[in-house]
Design a protein around this ligand. Structure first.
Ligand SMILES: CC(C)(COP(=O)(O)OP(=O)(O)OC[C@H]1O[C@@H](n2cnc3c(N)ncnc32)[C@H](O)[C@@H]1OP(=O)(O)O)[C@@H](O)C(=O)NCCC(=O)NCCS
Length: 189
Protein backbone atom coordinates (compact mmCIF):
# COMPACT_ATOMS: atom_id res chain seq x y z
CA UNK A 1 0.00 0.00 0.00
CA UNK A 2 2.69 2.47 0.99
CA UNK A 3 4.47 1.76 -2.31
CA UNK A 4 1.58 3.30 -4.25
CA UNK A 5 1.72 7.05 -5.04
CA UNK A 6 -0.83 9.20 -3.12
CA UNK A 7 -4.07 8.63 -5.01
CA UNK A 8 -6.10 11.36 -6.70
CA UNK A 9 -9.39 9.98 -7.93
CA UNK A 10 -11.59 11.97 -10.28
CA UNK A 11 -15.34 11.47 -10.54
CA UNK A 12 -17.75 13.55 -12.64
CA UNK A 13 -18.14 16.17 -9.86
CA UNK A 14 -15.44 15.41 -7.30
CA UNK A 15 -11.77 14.99 -6.64
CA UNK A 16 -10.92 12.41 -3.97
CA UNK A 17 -7.50 12.89 -2.43
CA UNK A 18 -5.79 12.33 0.91
CA UNK A 19 -6.78 14.87 3.55
CA UNK A 20 -4.46 17.83 4.18
CA UNK A 21 -4.31 20.26 7.09
CA UNK A 22 -5.80 23.02 4.91
CA UNK A 23 -9.02 20.97 4.64
CA UNK A 24 -9.77 21.21 8.36
CA UNK A 25 -11.85 24.38 8.13
CA UNK A 26 -14.25 22.77 5.66
CA UNK A 27 -14.25 19.52 7.65
CA UNK A 28 -15.10 21.41 10.82
CA UNK A 29 -18.28 22.63 9.10
CA UNK A 30 -19.12 18.97 8.37
CA UNK A 31 -18.39 17.53 11.82
CA UNK A 32 -19.66 20.40 13.97
CA UNK A 33 -23.12 19.06 13.16
CA UNK A 34 -24.66 16.60 15.64
CA UNK A 35 -26.78 15.04 12.89
CA UNK A 36 -23.71 14.10 10.83
CA UNK A 37 -21.97 12.47 13.80
CA UNK A 38 -25.04 10.74 15.15
CA UNK A 39 -23.95 7.24 14.09
CA UNK A 40 -20.22 7.94 13.90
CA UNK A 41 -17.74 7.10 16.64
CA UNK A 42 -16.73 10.77 17.05
CA UNK A 43 -18.08 13.38 19.33
CA UNK A 44 -19.23 16.53 17.60
CA UNK A 45 -16.32 18.87 16.90
CA UNK A 46 -16.47 22.10 18.90
CA UNK A 47 -13.67 23.96 17.16
CA UNK A 48 -10.34 23.80 15.37
CA UNK A 49 -8.66 22.09 18.34
CA UNK A 50 -10.93 19.05 17.82
CA UNK A 51 -10.20 19.15 14.09
CA UNK A 52 -6.45 19.25 14.74
CA UNK A 53 -6.66 16.37 17.22
CA UNK A 54 -8.53 14.30 14.63
CA UNK A 55 -5.97 15.19 11.96
CA UNK A 56 -3.07 14.12 14.20
CA UNK A 57 -4.68 10.67 14.53
CA UNK A 58 -5.22 10.49 10.77
CA UNK A 59 -1.53 11.23 10.14
CA UNK A 60 -0.45 8.67 12.71
CA UNK A 61 -2.60 5.95 11.10
CA UNK A 62 -1.32 6.96 7.66
CA UNK A 63 2.29 6.62 8.89
CA UNK A 64 1.51 3.22 10.43
CA UNK A 65 -0.08 2.14 7.13
CA UNK A 66 -3.33 1.21 8.88
CA UNK A 67 -5.69 3.74 7.25
CA UNK A 68 -6.14 6.19 4.37
CA UNK A 69 -8.41 9.19 4.94
CA UNK A 70 -9.71 10.88 1.78
CA UNK A 71 -11.66 14.08 1.33
CA UNK A 72 -14.36 14.73 -1.24
CA UNK A 73 -13.56 18.04 -2.91
CA UNK A 74 -16.00 19.56 -5.35
CA UNK A 75 -14.33 20.23 -8.68
CA UNK A 76 -16.51 23.32 -9.10
CA UNK A 77 -15.47 25.77 -6.40
CA UNK A 78 -13.03 23.52 -4.53
CA UNK A 79 -15.12 23.09 -1.36
CA UNK A 80 -14.43 19.97 0.71
CA UNK A 81 -17.85 18.47 1.41
CA UNK A 82 -16.93 15.36 3.39
CA UNK A 83 -14.61 12.42 3.69
CA UNK A 84 -14.28 8.69 3.25
CA UNK A 85 -11.68 6.29 4.50
CA UNK A 86 -10.28 2.81 4.30
CA UNK A 87 -9.07 1.60 7.66
CA UNK A 88 -8.29 -1.49 9.76
CA UNK A 89 -6.16 -2.82 6.90
CA UNK A 90 -5.35 -6.50 7.14
CA UNK A 91 -2.93 -6.90 4.23
CA UNK A 92 -2.53 -10.67 4.61
CA UNK A 93 -6.31 -11.03 4.15
CA UNK A 94 -6.69 -8.27 1.54
CA UNK A 95 -9.25 -6.75 3.88
CA UNK A 96 -10.18 -3.21 4.87
CA UNK A 97 -13.12 -1.43 6.45
CA UNK A 98 -14.92 1.49 4.84
CA UNK A 99 -16.17 4.68 6.52
CA UNK A 100 -17.67 7.91 5.19
CA UNK A 101 -19.43 11.16 6.12
CA UNK A 102 -20.79 14.10 4.20
CA UNK A 103 -21.88 17.55 5.37
CA UNK A 104 -25.64 17.71 5.80
CA UNK A 105 -26.17 20.43 3.20
CA UNK A 106 -24.94 17.99 0.52
CA UNK A 107 -26.92 14.89 1.49
CA UNK A 108 -29.18 13.25 -1.05
CA UNK A 109 -27.36 14.51 -4.15
CA UNK A 110 -25.62 11.22 -4.97
CA UNK A 111 -22.20 12.51 -3.89
CA UNK A 112 -21.22 9.63 -1.64
CA UNK A 113 -22.35 7.04 -4.13
CA UNK A 114 -20.17 8.78 -6.73
CA UNK A 115 -17.18 9.02 -4.38
CA UNK A 116 -17.33 5.45 -3.09
CA UNK A 117 -17.61 4.03 -6.62
CA UNK A 118 -14.24 5.63 -7.39
CA UNK A 119 -12.77 4.54 -4.06
CA UNK A 120 -13.90 0.94 -4.58
CA UNK A 121 -12.37 0.93 -8.08
CA UNK A 122 -9.10 2.03 -6.49
CA UNK A 123 -9.30 -0.35 -3.53
CA UNK A 124 -10.09 -3.43 -5.59
CA UNK A 125 -7.83 -2.28 -8.47
CA UNK A 126 -4.53 -0.60 -7.57
CA UNK A 127 -4.65 -1.74 -3.94
CA UNK A 128 -5.73 -5.27 -4.86
CA UNK A 129 -7.99 -5.64 -1.83
CA UNK A 130 -10.19 -8.73 -1.78
CA UNK A 131 -12.94 -7.79 0.65
CA UNK A 132 -14.27 -4.50 2.02
CA UNK A 133 -16.61 -4.34 4.95
CA UNK A 134 -18.64 -1.70 6.69
CA UNK A 135 -20.35 -1.60 10.05
CA UNK A 136 -23.58 0.38 10.17
CA UNK A 137 -26.00 1.30 12.89
CA UNK A 138 -29.25 -0.39 11.75
CA UNK A 139 -31.11 2.89 12.31
CA UNK A 140 -28.90 4.62 9.73
CA UNK A 141 -31.08 4.06 6.69
CA UNK A 142 -29.12 6.37 4.40
CA UNK A 143 -25.91 4.47 5.05
CA UNK A 144 -27.50 1.04 4.55
CA UNK A 145 -29.16 2.17 1.30
CA UNK A 146 -25.92 3.61 0.05
CA UNK A 147 -24.07 0.33 0.60
CA UNK A 148 -26.80 -1.84 -0.91
CA UNK A 149 -26.85 0.45 -3.94
CA UNK A 150 -23.11 -0.14 -4.37
CA UNK A 151 -23.61 -3.91 -4.31
CA UNK A 152 -22.68 -4.65 -0.70
CA UNK A 153 -24.51 -7.50 0.95
CA UNK A 154 -25.93 -7.22 4.40
CA UNK A 155 -24.29 -10.17 6.14
CA UNK A 156 -25.82 -10.03 9.56
CA UNK A 157 -26.58 -8.16 12.71
CA UNK A 158 -24.16 -8.18 15.60
CA UNK A 159 -26.25 -7.51 18.67
CA UNK A 160 -25.02 -5.00 21.24
CA UNK A 161 -21.69 -4.91 19.40
CA UNK A 162 -20.36 -1.68 20.89
CA UNK A 163 -20.81 0.94 23.51
CA UNK A 164 -20.45 4.23 21.72
CA UNK A 165 -20.92 7.64 23.26
CA UNK A 166 -22.53 5.96 26.27
CA UNK A 167 -25.03 3.98 24.21
CA UNK A 168 -25.14 0.22 23.59
CA UNK A 169 -25.44 -0.28 19.84
CA UNK A 170 -26.19 -3.10 17.44
CA UNK A 171 -24.06 -3.29 14.28
CA UNK A 172 -25.27 -4.33 10.86
CA UNK A 173 -22.35 -5.83 8.93
CA UNK A 174 -22.03 -5.25 5.19
CA UNK A 175 -19.46 -6.84 2.88
CA UNK A 176 -18.38 -6.55 -0.75
CA UNK A 177 -15.93 -8.85 -2.54
CA UNK A 178 -13.58 -7.85 -5.34
CA UNK A 179 -15.08 -10.39 -7.76
CA UNK A 180 -18.57 -9.01 -7.11
CA UNK A 181 -17.40 -5.45 -7.71
CA UNK A 182 -15.53 -6.30 -10.92
CA UNK A 183 -18.53 -8.25 -12.27
CA UNK A 184 -20.79 -5.32 -11.47
CA UNK A 185 -18.45 -2.84 -13.18
CA UNK A 186 -18.15 -5.10 -16.25
CA UNK A 187 -21.97 -5.34 -16.36
CA UNK A 188 -22.40 -1.56 -16.24
CA UNK A 189 -20.17 -0.94 -19.28
C1 LIG B 1 -24.72 8.13 4.65
C2 LIG B 1 -24.39 9.36 3.78
C3 LIG B 1 -22.89 9.40 3.56
C4 LIG B 1 -25.12 9.23 2.44
O1 LIG B 1 -24.55 10.19 1.54
P1 LIG B 1 -25.39 10.83 0.33
O2 LIG B 1 -24.43 11.47 -0.61
O3 LIG B 1 -26.50 11.63 0.89
O4 LIG B 1 -25.97 9.51 -0.34
P2 LIG B 1 -26.36 9.40 -1.87
O5 LIG B 1 -27.08 10.64 -2.28
O6 LIG B 1 -25.14 9.00 -2.64
O7 LIG B 1 -27.42 8.23 -1.84
C5 LIG B 1 -27.07 6.88 -1.85
C6 LIG B 1 -28.33 6.04 -1.68
O8 LIG B 1 -28.85 6.20 -0.35
C7 LIG B 1 -30.21 6.65 -0.42
N1 LIG B 1 -30.40 7.59 0.67
C8 LIG B 1 -29.73 8.74 0.89
N2 LIG B 1 -30.22 9.33 2.01
C9 LIG B 1 -31.20 8.53 2.48
C10 LIG B 1 -32.07 8.58 3.61
N3 LIG B 1 -32.00 9.59 4.48
N4 LIG B 1 -32.94 7.57 3.79
C11 LIG B 1 -33.01 6.54 2.94
N5 LIG B 1 -32.21 6.42 1.84
C12 LIG B 1 -31.32 7.41 1.62
C13 LIG B 1 -30.33 7.32 -1.76
O9 LIG B 1 -31.68 7.34 -2.22
C14 LIG B 1 -29.46 6.43 -2.61
O10 LIG B 1 -30.15 5.25 -2.90
P3 LIG B 1 -30.42 4.80 -4.42
O11 LIG B 1 -29.03 4.57 -4.99
O12 LIG B 1 -31.22 3.57 -4.25
O13 LIG B 1 -31.11 5.97 -5.03
C15 LIG B 1 -24.84 10.68 4.48
O14 LIG B 1 -26.19 10.55 4.83
C16 LIG B 1 -24.03 11.00 5.72
O15 LIG B 1 -22.95 11.56 5.65
N6 LIG B 1 -24.56 10.66 6.92
C17 LIG B 1 -23.88 11.00 8.17
C18 LIG B 1 -22.60 10.20 8.39
C19 LIG B 1 -22.85 8.71 8.45
O16 LIG B 1 -23.83 8.28 9.04
N7 LIG B 1 -21.96 7.94 7.85
C20 LIG B 1 -22.06 6.49 7.79
C21 LIG B 1 -21.60 5.83 8.99
S1 LIG B 1 -21.72 4.04 8.81
Amino acid sequence: MSSLPPPELLTPRLLLRLVQEADLTDLLAVHADEEVNRYLPYVTWRGMADAQAWYAKVLQRRREGSAMQFVLQQQAGGRVIGGCLLFRFEPESGLAELGYALGRRDWGEGYMQEALSALLDYAFGAMQLRRIEAEVDPRNRASGQLLLGLGFQCEGLLRQRRVMKGEIKDAQMYGLLRDEWLARRAGSR
